[in-house]
Write a protein that binds this ligand. Structure first.
Ligand SMILES: [Zn+2]
Length: 309
């Protein structure tokens, strides 16, 4: 299975910053050790043209040139630097590449990405550009080129199981019926002003495995009743895990893995290609986040092998 990394593009953070930038390289090291069957590839940069499928040109330019409004930068939570802009493009490029690989092989991943708090005109919550929004639109354009302009557009379902609501994604696709957004998140987690996804499931503090998996099942049933996807983009956030210091849910390792298995199985039984990205993960001990993520890859690899027949 192809897995795209961008951890060589590190953005300098002031000492004591609460974003665990080291987790990307640690995840790659961990996966190289545990799952040598993964094909690790460096994520390409998303082009300006690709970014512009989901973002306003003025915002793309402001990030490139370092002229972003100070208020937006504060909302993003990273200081601007050329490295910050470069990293943001790679993080999107990794999901775009994973999307293309999934269309060819069934399943593929980005070791970063999941930047769902980014809107068309601004970033927020450690997210500069919205990788899944850009990927959905890139795949639709490429599908349109292959099938002609009169074909039904590729229908994309974005299943966002990060503990934080996918507010940016919901906003970008608010009036787009070809992209369905599902977000299962902590009711009291950031963002405090949520946007309307096609399906939102807000879970109470302390939610445990049984309730979580039942809520996921209901959401998938509803999705299936309302939408007929041709591809799934899955945001496999590790932050619903009980060891997370930002998430307010109490999902165990087994619960997290059952969640991932449900998504990969749901896609596989419908023969829906699936690209996934990691999103949040802020373990009080970073090793717990890495364990949750490594478990996601182990299950994904099983399903990728099934795709290969
Ligand atoms: Zn999150």
């Amino acid at each position: 299975m192809q897995a795209f990394y961008s951890d060589r593009f590190v953005l300098p953070l002031p000492p004591g910053h609460r974003f665990p930038m080291e987790k990307y390289q640690l995840l790659r090291d961990r996966l190289n050790a545990d799952l040598p069957q993964l094909r690790m590839l460096q994520a390409p940069e998303a082009s300006e043209g690709e970014l512009a499928l989901a973002h306003e040109p003025a915002y793309i330019q402001a990030i490139a040139e370092g002229t972003v409004d100070a208020k937006i930068l504060r909302e993003i939570g990273f200081p601007w630097s050329p490295a910050m802009a470069a990293r943001a493009r790679r993080s999107v490029g990794g999901t775009v590449a994973a999307g293309r690989a999934a269309m060819a092989e069934g399943l593929a991943a980005n070791l970063a990405g999941g930047t769902h708090h980014s809107y068309a005109h601004k970033g927020g919550g450690f997210c500069v550009f919205n990788d899944m929004a850009v990927t959905a639109r890139v795949l639709q354009v490429e599908w349109g080129r292959r099938h002609g302009s009169r074909a039904t557009p590729l229908q994309v379902a974005i299943i966002d199981l990060d503990v934080h609501q996918g507010n940016g994604t919901a906003s970008i696709f608010k009036n787009d019926r070809s992209v369905f957004t599902l977000s299962l998140h902590g009711e009291k987690n950031f963002p405090f002003r949520k946007e309307d996804s096609d399906i939102d499931v807000a879970l109470p503090d302390g939610c445990t495995d049984g309730d979580y998996l039942a809520a996921l099942e209901n959401a998938l049933l509803e999705l299936e009743g309302r939408f007929d996807p041709g591809v799934v983009l899955y945001l496999a956030g590790a932050d619903p895990h009980e060891g997370d210091r930002l998430g307010r849910l109490k999902i165990s390792y087994d619960g997290m893995q059952a969640r991932d298995r449900r998504i990969f199985d749901w896609c596989f039984t419908r023969r829906l290609p699936c690209a996934f990205a990691m999103g949040g993960g802020y373990g009080s001990n970073i090793q717990t986040t890495l364990q949750v993520q490594a478990n996601t890859y182990a299950v994904a690899l099983e399903y990728w092998q099934r795709w290969q027949g």
